[in-house]
Design a protein around this ligand. Sequence first.
Ligand code: NAP
Length: 244
Amino acid sequence: MDSFKNIRALVIGAGGGIGQALVEQLAGTANVERLFAASRRNPAGDGDRFSCLALDLEEEDSIARAAASCRDQGGVNLVIVATGLLHQGSRLQPEKSWRALDPEQLMRSFAVNTIGPALVAKHFLPLLPRGERGVFAALSARVGSISDNRLGGWHGYRASKAALNMMIRNLAIELARRNPSALCIGLHPGTVDTPLSSPFQGNVPPGKLFSPGRAARQLLTVIDQATAENNGQLLAWDGQVITP
Ligand SMILES: NC(=O)c1ccc[n+]([C@@H]2O[C@H](COP(=O)([O-])OP(=O)(O)OC[C@H]3O[C@@H](n4cnc5c(N)ncnc54)[C@H](OP(=O)(O)O)[C@@H]3O)[C@@H](O)[C@H]2O)c1
């Protein structure tokens, strides 16, 4: 992570497959001077350069409290939102047809995949330092690309990720005006072996299913190499720009 001098990083969704791997990877990175890990689960243990925070995307107060806590502990220059929702037992399954469209399930998808990350941006973009590198990155998905959509299905997930991609683009435009040294980007991790993808891994070709550790390394490289030109873009795990 040579593009940063000293990194003060926050990972939101630190209990998830990719989130946990990002925390592990950052914990072993030499120039990380402070690491915040935010999760809905009971945060356990703080250390010298490690702090746990309680954060639920569906409770804005918890996001505001986490932001205040980061600010009081010296601030952050890298925020990664690694949360997301595709399925949740009988409460939510990705739709295969318009017949399955259900307002409650659509609202949950948008609450977690679009509105939650937007509220994180509301409370954390103002913390990014001025005059030095700062990155806000939210994990999105290639399936949120409208031009790339040839398969259909997964209506709520696709639509909520497309809306997240628009949110990232909009926030990036405002950020460029307020804090030109900072970036706001979306990231597509590829297909990664986590609870989110596990029911849907059957058709993934061999070699195309990344371990969470590999995905985390790839995403951190993309973050490290992102430039002002990438502000507002959705970048894939290999650094390719995904068309909206
Ligand atoms: N895995 C893939 O193949 C793949 C492909 C494309 C894109 N992505 C994207 O990558 C991101 C991470 O996915 P993953 O595979 O690591 O999934 P995962 O293992 O299911 O982790 C998802 C995380 O989201 C958190 N979360 C869900 N609802 C939340 C809420 N209301 N408040 C706070 N946290 C909440 C979960 O928190 P708890 O730990 O508290 O439950 C969990 O940490 C998602 O945005 C996903 O869409 C993944």
